[in-house]
Design a protein around this ligand. Sequence first.
Ligand code: COA
Length: 335
Amino acid sequence: MSTTEIQSPTGAPYAAILGIGSYRPERLVPNSEVVEAIDSSDEWIQQRSGIKTRRWAGPEESVQMMSVEASRRALAHAGLDARQIDAVVVATVSHMLQTPAIATAIAHELGTDQAAAFDISAACAGFCHGVAMANDMVRGGSAGHVLVIGVERLTDILDLYDRGTAFIFADGAGAAVVGPSETPGIGPVVWGSDGEQFDLIRQREDWRDVIASGEPVMPHLMMQGNSVFRWASFAMAKIAQQALDRAGITLDDLDVFVPHQANMRIIDAMARSMKLPARVKIARDVADMGNTSAASVPLALDRMIQEGDAKSGDTALLVAFGAGLAYAAQVVTVP
Ligand code: COA
C-alpha cells in the first residue's frame, strides 16, 4: 500500500445562493392557441391545470441564448463577474445534441475562465439536483462559485396534437450562482428516484427505433398524467416535510414555498397535505408560464423576488419532481 499522502480538497464552511436570474421567451401563447389541435377548451385547461398562458421560444431563443441571458442576470444579482465562476452545471432535457454538453458553450459565451462545465439530466428535478451538487462542490472545495442553470426548450419535443402534454409544457431558463457563505444558506438535500415508474413521463421512442422505422419523426415527450398527478400530490408533500426536518426547521420558520410548477392542482394538494400556514407565500408561476421542467423552480423563485413575495433573507423550501421519476427538495435562504 502506498504511503504517499494526497492532499484533500477543502472548501468554504457553508454555501448559499448568491444571485438568481431568469429568461422568459417573448412569445406568450394563450390556451386559445393550443385548444383546437387537442379538441380541448380554455375552461378545461384552466380547471385541470391552472394554466392560462405559457411562453414558447422563437427561433432565436435557443437553449444557449436563454441560459446566457438568465445567467448574466444571476451574476449581476450576485454582484459577480463570469470569470469568478469555476463550474457551470446545466440541468436540461432539451439540448438537442447528445454531445458535447451545452454547458461548455454557455461557459464560453459568458466569458468564464474555462470553467468546468457539464449537463445533468434529472428532468423537472434537475435544478434542485444542481443546487445540491453546487452546495457540496463549494463546501467540498472543488469550486469557489458554481453557476446552476435550469433551461428547457420543450416545444422542440412537444407533440402539439397530444391532449396529455400539448397544453402543459413550455420554454424558459433560470440560473443561480452558488458560492461561499458565512452562514448555512442551503440545507441538506432530500432526493431520490422511483425507476419503477420510468415509463410515466418519457421520450416516446428510442432514437434507434425511430431511425429503424424508416419514418424519422421527432420522438416526442409523453406522459401518463393521471398517475403522475396522484404520485406527486401525495409523495412530494412527504419529501417536502423531510427537507424541512433535515434543515432543522418547522413550518413556522418558512416564508416561501417554491414547488415545481407542474400543475396548480398539484401545488394546492401539496400545500394542503403539508398544512402550510396561510402566511407562507406560494409560487404560482405555472398559471402563465406552463410547465418549464428544469427551469420552473428558478423562474418561479426569481419572479417572487421581483414581485416582492420573497425577500432577501427569507427561508424558502424548493421541491421538484418529474421524469424518472426523480425528485429533490431543499431549504434555501433567498438571496
Ligand atoms: N382537453 C379536454 N379533455 C381532455 C384532455 C384535454 N387536453 N385530456 C384529457 N381529456 C379528457 C379525457 O378524455 C377524459 O374524458 P372522459 O372522462 O370523458 O373519459 C377526461 O378528460 C379525464 O382524463 P384524464 O386523463 O383522467 O385527465 P386528468 O384529470 O388526469 O387531467 C392532466 C389531465 C394532464 C391535466 C393531469 O393528469 C395532470 O395535470 N397530471 C399531472 C401532470 C403533470 O403535472 N406532470 C408534470 C410532472 S413533471
